[in-house]
Write a protein that binds this ligand. Sequence first.
Ligand code: AP5
Ligand code: MG
Length: 192
Amino acid sequence: MRNLILCGAPGSGKGTQSDLIVEKYGLLHLSTGDLLRAEIAKQSELGQKIDAIISKGNLLPDDMMITLLEQHIASLPEHTKGIIFDGFPRTENQAIELESLMKRSGDETAVLIDLHVDEKETIQRLINRGKTSGRSDDNEDTIRKRLVVYHKQTEPVADFYRKLNKYQRVDGMGTVDSIFQRIDEILKDLYC
Ligand code: AP5
Ligand code: MG
């Protein structure tokens, strides 16, 4: 199985573009943010712990995140085309763990696509979304914190994949369709 990683700052369009990739290529979308919000919705003790972390704009500890991800992957139905990892890996440790998980299962990361969007634009997108999303992290203070965390903890993941020759930067500004066309240029060589 050849998997895809979609990376980018909060609000860069990972979820939006994942939907279009699923539609065209039939990959399976795995958003760790969605996974965590599903746990919060269960109102379990674990969900409450997760909510306290997300609403402050921090990342879950790596060991906790990796355990949840592995459990989720084990519960997935058989799928042959590959997975879109949206929002994972978010630290260098998570990247190391993901690559070792791939190796163990005989799968591989085809490419990491890094969506680049101006900071002003991401903030505006998320403030707009916050009017209706109900997400506890879509308020201006938490959005700014998420961006700080992204620069500090997630940007090193790009270097990790650059060294593996699997890094592609994509301009994430413009219309949803024009951004998808840029992504499609990369994917059609990998998945068609
Ligand atoms: P997560 O859910 O992954 O949030 P995020 O990375 O902050 O990104 P978003 O989902 O907010 O944005 P997106 O890039 O998907 O953009 P979208 O398409 O929605 O993670 C949330 C939290 O969970 C983290 O902060 C952390 O606490 C925890 N977590 C998750 N993964 C973790 C991990 N691996 N380790 C530890 N902790 C983890 O678009 C945003 C908005 O913009 C939408 O309203 C959309 O309609 C709009 N939009 C999209 N494209 C365009 C466009 N081209 N033009 C105009 N508007 C657009
Ligand atoms: Mg998202």
